[in-house]
Structures are given as structure tokens and as C-alpha cells.
Design a protein around this ligand. Structure first.
Ligand SMILES: [Zn+2]
Length: 79
């Protein structure tokens, strides 16, 4: 499955929820705009990423620890 139209990149962002202590993976889509981050390093430095807010779907906590970010590959299933 290729990257959907209008996206510069897609990432998987891994958090650990401090409240319910589960590992949470979020799919993060980057719109295809000027200066859009296309790699993990660019993403981590971007204002776009810093504006992302963590939210736990399980316990509705807003407090989570960032564990890591990985680039979504087109051959992977979107989860
Ligand atoms: Zn939680």
C-alpha cells in the first residue's frame, strides 16, 4: 500500500502511558506541505511534532513518555 495522497510521510510513534503503564503506538501522518519532515530526525526537530499531544485511548491520560519513533514503510499494514 503506497503512502496516501497528500502525505509527506507517516510515522509510528511509541509511547508508554504513565497512568495505565501500557505501551501505546500512534500513527502520525505528516501532510505534504513545504518543509514537512520526511525522516525521523527531521520529525523530532519539527514544530509539527512538538505540537503533537499524547493521549491514551485506554485510560484517557495525557501523560506519556516518548519511547521512540519509527518510519512507517509502505509495505507495512497501517495499524
Ligand atoms: Zn493509559
Amino acid at each position: 500500500m503506497p503512502l496516501p495522497d497528500g502525505l509527506a510521510a507517516r510515522f509510528k510513534v511509541h509511547y508508554r502511558c504513565l497512568n495505565c503503564e501500557r505501551n501505546i503506538t500512534k500513527t502520525l501522518d505528516v501532510p505534504d506541505v513545504e518543509d514537512a519532515p520526511r525522516g525521523v530526525d527531521e520529525l523530532l526537530e519539527s514544530a509539527f511534532f512538538q505540537n503533537q499531544r499524547y493521549f491514551c485511548d485506554g485510560c484517557e491520560s495525557f501523560i506519556g513518555t516518548l519511547i521512540g519513533v519509527s518510519q512507517w514503510r509502505p509495505e507495512e499494514q497501517c495499524v
